[in-house]
Design a binder for this molecule. Structure first.
Ligand SMILES: NC(=O)c1ccc[n+]([C@@H]2O[C@H](COP(=O)([O-])OP(=O)(O)OC[C@H]3O[C@@H](n4cnc5c(N)ncnc54)[C@H](OP(=O)(O)O)[C@@H]3O)[C@@H](O)[C@H]2O)c1
Length: 306
């Protein structure tokens, strides 16, 4: 089969389109004919092996998984002997190791039937980004109806889901984005939009209940200025040094939050099948849709990551 492979970390030109063997499907997994995979910030980071501390998980000297790609949408071709529900021909979406390929082996528990109203491309854009948005809002942020919620990075992979999910949870939503994204952020449901190139949301005097921070470029003290004592700040994204990137700011938040009344929360998302079911239902109910920047053929994955 054709697959994108990399044997070292680096700029996207480490990615090559090669012919490799189809993955072996174990008893609890299914073979998926991949119709679409998603490329997001997480893929950009794993191709580069960043932050360095993440190489403990992804491979110290070289990538443990030769084929990158996490999100997947496609059709089941074959099932392992212990698989109970999935059947060949089912259209599914979920997450796996190695979706930048024609076929992927995926544990049955990491797949759900594709929402009927989505194309494969749309479905592939959901899992990893939407898990982060859902879990940051619902579990870590404990969003409540009527709250004032700010989504920083409102048209990013995570932010575009967070805006819609916060609305679905009954919150009043302010999206923070750049000029080019203002109209689109409004169109996915934000009540207010702040263009960060024109206005600093921490200086407007408005006080918020919950802030989801995806941009990663503001200091903790800057962000705390926008918080009332009862407010929750969930640090989802991060940027900075190659060793730890946002993890440094997140750890500072954990320490500082012990001494202040504001709730400063670190956040690490976890792929969960039950959350994929929740997302599928919201999508089928028309409450959440996905924003895709561009689509590329498999052979242009290098360009997509770039
Ligand atoms: N903790 C976790 O478990 C977890 C899970 C998933 C993702 N993440 C992290 O969360 C972050 C966001 O991921 P993503 O996939 O959404 O990335 P993304 O698609 O690149 O989105 C980031 C967004 O931030 C916006 N942005 C940049 N500077 C900004 C500023 N000063 N103010 C407001 N918005 C700004 C960008 O908008 P413009 O292009 O318009 O500037 C972009 O839309 C990444 O750092 C990612 O690694 C963490």
């Amino acid at each position: 089969m054709k697959a994108i492979v990399h044997s070292r970390y680096g700029a996207p030109d480490v990615l090559q389109l090669n012919d490799i063997d189809q993955p072996i499907v174990n008893d609890d997994a299914v073979l998926v004919r991949v119709h679409a995979a998603a490329v997001g910030k997480g893929d950009w980071l794993t191709v580069r092996g960043l932050p360095y501390v993440a190489r403990i998980r992804y491979g110290l000297r070289k990538p443990k998984h030769r084929v990158p790609g996490f999100d997947v949408a496609g059709r089941i071709e074959a099932v392992g002997s212990n698989v109970e529900q999935a059947r060949p021909g089912d259209e599914v979406f979920g997450w796996c190791e190695g979706s930048f390929a024609e076929y992927a082996s995926v544990p049955e528990g990491q797949l759900v039937r594709k929402p009927a109203n989505l194309t494969f491309e749309q479905a592939a854009a959901v899992p990893i980004s939407a898990f982060a948005a859902l879990q940051a809002l619902r579990d870590t942020g404990q969003v409540q109806p009527g709250q004032q919620v700010v989504i920083i990075g409102a048209l990013g992979g995570v932010g575009s889901f967070a805006v819609q999910l916060a609305k679905a949870f009954g919150a009043e939503v302010t999206g923070v984005c750049s000029t080019k994204s203002v109209e689109l952020v409004r169109s996915i449901g934000a009540d207010y939009v702040i263009d960060y190139t024109q206005e600093d949301f921490t200086r407007g005097g408005q006080r918020y209940d919950l802030i989801l921070e995806m941009a990663g470029n503001r200091s903790l003290s800057d962000l705390r200025r926008a918080l009332t004592p009862k407010v929750t700040l969930v640090l989802v994204g991060g940027s900075g040094g190659r060793w730890f990137m946002g993890i440094g700011r997140t750890l500072r938040a954990v320490v500082v939050s012990r001494f202040v009344r504001q709730r400063l929360r670190s956040f690490f998302s976890k792929p969960r099948r039950e959350d994929l079911v929740v997302l599928k239902e919201l999508i089928e109910a028309g409450k959440v849709t996905q924003v895709i920047d561009r689509a590329f053929p498999l052979s242009e994955t290098e360009e997509a990551i770039r």
